[in-house]
Design a protein around this ligand. Structure first.
Ligand SMILES: [Zn+2]
Length: 210
């Protein structure tokens, strides 16, 4: 399998920036609209933070490699966006880190994923695989997380665990990762066909001149 880092910066920086911005905006909004009684989000003990980050990076890396299977190349952009999307979901802990009280994991909600998809549909129009990466990364992150979530926030801030859904979440993450790689593979195939056609047209034009 070949390694590819084509268009690495242009394919990774815009979606990652969008992701961080939305995560923080939604966190701020949920803090503003949630009742004080649900603002009980606290940080895990400091000693458990590095292993948690490592776990998230490994989940992102694994999903990036899974999507590289259907892209038919180990793709640095796929891997980078996967690692970033899986790990950065947790920046919704930032207010707690700064000492503010907040609801538990506000971005770990279906609403975050829905708004993210809508925004990416416009901002990452030329990279349709990014939306599939967003779904896979969200499911993969939730499969690895433990504890309490309000997945239906802001409609309901009642907390419950997701432990019984770990396997379906992981399976969903793998399916969407494979789809993401395939969609990117098709996109690059079309692009190289267009480029080839352009080359042939140019060559015939050159020959016509002679
Ligand atoms: Zn999390």
């Amino acid at each position: 399998m070949i390694f590819s880092r084509e268009n690495w910066l242009s394919e990774t920086i815009p979606p990652i920036f969008t992701y961080i911005a939305l995560d923080l905006i939604l966190t701020a909004m949920f803090i503003a609209i949630s009742p004080a009684s649900v603002s009980i989000g606290t940080l895990r003990p400091a000693s458990t933070i590095p292993p948690k980050i490592l776990e998230l990076v490994l989940i992102g890396l694994a999903l990036g490699l899974v999507s590289s299977l259907t892209f038919r190349k180990i793709d640095l952009s796929l891997i980078t966006v996967f690692v970033a999307f899986v790990a950065l979901l947790d920046i919704d802990h930032l207010p707690a880190m700064l000492g503010y009280s907040e609801p538990i994991r506000p971005a770990h909600s279906i609403m975050f994923l829905v708004i993210l998809m809508l925004i990416l549909a416009f901002t990452a129009r030329k990279q349709p695989e990014v939306e599939l990466i967003a779904v896979a990364a969200f499911l993969g992150h939730m499969a690895g997380d433990t504890g309490e979530f309000a997945v239906f926030a802001p409609f309901s801030f009642s907390y419950s665990g997701l432990d019984p859904y770990r396997i379906p979440l992981a399976a969903g993450a793998i399916i969407f990762a494979l789809l993401a790689g395939y969609v990117k593979y098709r996109r690059y195939k079309v692009k190289s066909k267009v480029a080839q056609k352009g080359l042939i047209v140019n060559e015939t034009q050159e020959q016509g001149k002679i």
